[in-house]
Ligand binder design. Structure first.
Ligand SMILES: C[S@@+](CC[C@H](N)C(=O)[O-])C[C@H]1O[C@@H](n2cnc3c(N)ncnc32)[C@H](O)[C@@H]1O
Length: 299
């Protein structure tokens, strides 16, 4: 079991399956690596520890607050680390800027961080009372309140059904759309409460909040774009390591890897996804839905 240092505990986000991620990246000390969802830099710290001063780590995140944490965390690091506020599917443009043609490995750790989930002001959790925002990047996309007000009842039901896999989607969408002045996470929670029976209500709450977050941030579209382009920017022998927390995302990764395997470009190193050990789940309940898939570029 990995023991976290007291300093690592001070960062609210505990990185998931760190040992498995680092093993599968097969890090070369002088290599260039992309952490497309650097967050608080939990995995990035472990990557940097294995790089020489010639190695490079490029860290991206859509969330300016996360990058600020990284700046403080890595500010004094002698290792070359380049952080940018960007969606991971734009990484080829960033590589261009840095004059790097290909990287030796890529990590995506999708979903949201514990800092985001625990934030009282960002509305990601049904336990928060703050404004219903849910944007990873506060500059770009529109907020959850805007998504809800601009969607029809039918569109909202589809979002809840497709991205949240919630079968009471229509009833919940009706209740949300009929709520007056829905502005906070508490208001959304109350609208969902009115449309669901008390048993397993927390599951419905989690599914609806997740669905709206995915829609607000265009998460599946960004993943789809990335899956269509990453192979061109990975060196032969380089590894792609993707951790998902949602069955739709896991299926997208599985299918993209399969089709690259069929064209002879990628070897799949994980026939079945790797999942956290029971010990890890006990230590970090948030890891329970994680699935890790790994591929190695052939040609
Ligand atoms: C699970 S956290 C990553 C945690 C990180 N691996 C660590 O150990 O600290 C996921 C991160 O992905 C970021 N994110 C989500 N969608 C993104 C996208 N399209 N491009 C870049 N970052 C994204 C979120 O803002 C969040 O910080």
């Amino acid at each position: 079991m990995e023991i976290l240092s007291p300093q690592e505990h001070s960062y609210a986000h505990i990185p998931v399956m760190t040992i498995e991620v680092i093993d599968h990246l097969n890090l070369q000390p002088d290599g260039a690596y992309l952490d497309g969802t650097i967050g608080a830099g939990g995995h990035a710290t472990k990557i940097l520890a294995q790089l020489s001063l010639k190695g490079k780590l490029i860290g991206l995140d859509r969330d300016a607050e996360a990058l600020e944490i990284c700046k403080n965390r890595f500010g004094a690091s002698a290792h070359p680390i380049f952080t940018y506020k960007s969606s991971y599917h734009n990484f080829p443009k960033i590589l261009d800027k840095l004059g790097i043609s290909k990287v030796n490995g890529i990590l995506l750790d999708l979903g949201l961080s514990s800092m985001q989930l625990k934030s009282e002001t960002r509305g990601f959790s049904f336990n928060s009372s703050g404004a219903l925002d849910m944007r990873f990047d506060k500059e770009n996309s529109f907020s959850a309140v805007e998504l809800i007000s601009q969607s029809s009842e039918e569109e909202l039901a589809n979002i809840i059904f497709q991205f949240g896999e919630e079968r009471r989607s229509k009833r919940i969408a009706r209740s949300i759309k009929s709520a007056k002045n829905l502005l906070t996470a508490t208001d959304l929670k109350e609208a969902i409460r009115r449309a669901t029976p008390p048993q397993k209500r927390n599951k419905s709450l989690a599914r609806v909040f997740q669905a709206i977050r995915i829609a607000v941030n265009n998460e599946l579209e960004r993943l789809n774009k990335f899956l269509g382009l990453f192979i061109e920017h990975l060196s032969v022998g380089g590894r792609i390591v993707i951790m998902t927390y949602h069955s739709i995302e896991d299926r997208m990764v599985k299918h993209a890897f399969r089709s690259l395997k069929q064209s002879g470009r990628l070897a799949i190193l994980t026939k079945k996804p790797i999942v956290p050990t029971e010990n890890e789940i006990k230590r970090n309940n948030r890891s329970r839905s994680a699935k890790l898939r790994v591929g190695e570029k052939l040609i």
